[in-house]
Design a protein around this ligand. Structure first.
Ligand code: 6PG
Length: 250
C-alpha cells in the first residue's frame, strides 16, 4: 500500500445521515477482512450516534464480534469509570453489550502515578505491538483496518494539539500529553500520527455549524494536526451540511 496525500470528502445532510454513512464504512471494512479485524475508535461526542447504530440491528448482526478488536486513538488520563473516559463512553454505548471483553483494548489509566500519562502510553504501545506481533510498522500490513477520528475547535485530532511536541514524534506509537490545550484539561495519552496512519482507512466524522470555522481552515490546507493526520491507505472525511465550509457547498 503506497502512502498517499489523497483525501476524499463525502457530504451528508445531517448528523443522522452521517452516522449511517459511517456505520456503512465500518461494516464494509469489516466485510473486507476474513481474519482478525482491528478498529481504532475515537472519543468526543461526534461518534456517539455511530456507536449506537453499531449496537443495533441491522448493524449489530452484521458484525462478527468474536473477530473484531476495538482500540482507542486517544484517552483522557482519568479512571476507566470516569464520565470523561473515551473508552468508557464507547463501552457504555456499545462495546460492553456486544464485544467479548478480551477484544476491548483500553488505554490503561490506572497506573502507579496518575499524573504520568507516559507510563500509560508505554503500556499501550506494548499492547499494540503484542497484538500486531511486531514493533515495526510495515506499510503492507497495516495495524488497523479502520481508524475513526474527530476534529476539535483548534484543529486537534486524537490528542494531538497544534504546536505540541507529540505531533512531531516519529518513532513512538503512543505518547503521553501532560497538558491538554482544550477542555477537558486533563492529561492525555494519544497514538502518534505514525501509528494512526497505519490503517487501511482513516475516517473523520465532522458535524454541526460550530465545526464550520475550523473545517474552513483545515480544508484551506492550514498546518493543523487534523490536516497532518493521513492514512497510508484511504483518508475519508464525512461532513454534514452545517459543518461544510461555504466554498464546498452548492
Ligand atoms: C477527545 C478526542 C478528540 C475529539 C475532538 C472532537 O478525547 O476529546 O478524541 O480528538 O475527537 O475533540 O470532539 P467532539 O466530537 O466532541 O467535537
Amino acid at each position: 500500500m503506497a502512502a498517499t496525500d489523497h483525501r476524499k470528502i463525502i457530504r451528508l445532510a445531517d448528523p443522522a445521515a452521517l452516522a449511517k454513512a459511517a456505520a456503512e464504512r465500518v461494516l464494509a471494512r469489516i466485510a473486507e477482512n476474513s481474519g482478525r479485524i482491528a478498529i481504532c475508535l475515537t472519543g468526543g461526542s461526534s461518534p456517539k450516534q455511530l456507536y449506537q447504530l453499531l449496537a443495533t440491528d441491522p448493524c449489530r448482526s452484521r458484525i462478527p464480534w468474536d473477530r473484531v478488536h476495538w482500540f482507542i486513538g486517544d484517552e483522557r488520563f482519568v479512571p476507566a469509570g470516569d464520565p470523561l473516559n473515551n473508552m468508557g463512553m464507547a463501552r457504555a454505548i456499545f462495546l460492553d453489550q456486544c464485544a467479548p471483553a478480551a477484544n476491548i483494548h483500553p488505554i490503561p489509566t490506572a497506573t502507579a502515578d496518575p499524573t504520568d500519562p507516559d507510563r500509560g502510553a508505554a503500556l499501550y504501545e506494548h499492547d499494540l505491538q503484542s497484538f500486531h506481533g511486531a514493533d515495526v510498522l510495515d506499510p503492507d500490513r497495516p495495524l488497523f483496518d479502520l481508524v475513526l477520528m474527530g476534529v476539535g475547535p483548534d484543529g486537534h485530532t486524537a490528542s494531538l494539539f497544534p504546536d505540541d511536541p507529540a505531533l512531531e514524534e516519529t518513532e513512538r506509537w503512543v505518547v503521553g500529553v501532560p497538558k491538554a490545550h482544550v477542555e477537558p484539561f486533563v492529561p492525555r495519552v494519544t497514538l502518534t500520527l505514525r501509528a494512526l496512519a497505519a490503517c487501511r482507512e482513516m475516517l473523520f466524522e465532522v458535524a454541526g455549524a460550530e465545526k464550520r470555522a475550523i473545517l474552513t481552515r483545515v480544508f484551506a490546507g492550514e498546518d493543523l494536526p487534523a490536516n497532518r493526520a493521513r492514512s497510508i491507505g484511504e483518508t475519508i472525511w464525512l461532513v454534514d451540511h452545517a459543518a461544510l465550509p461555504e466554498n464546498f457547498r452548492g
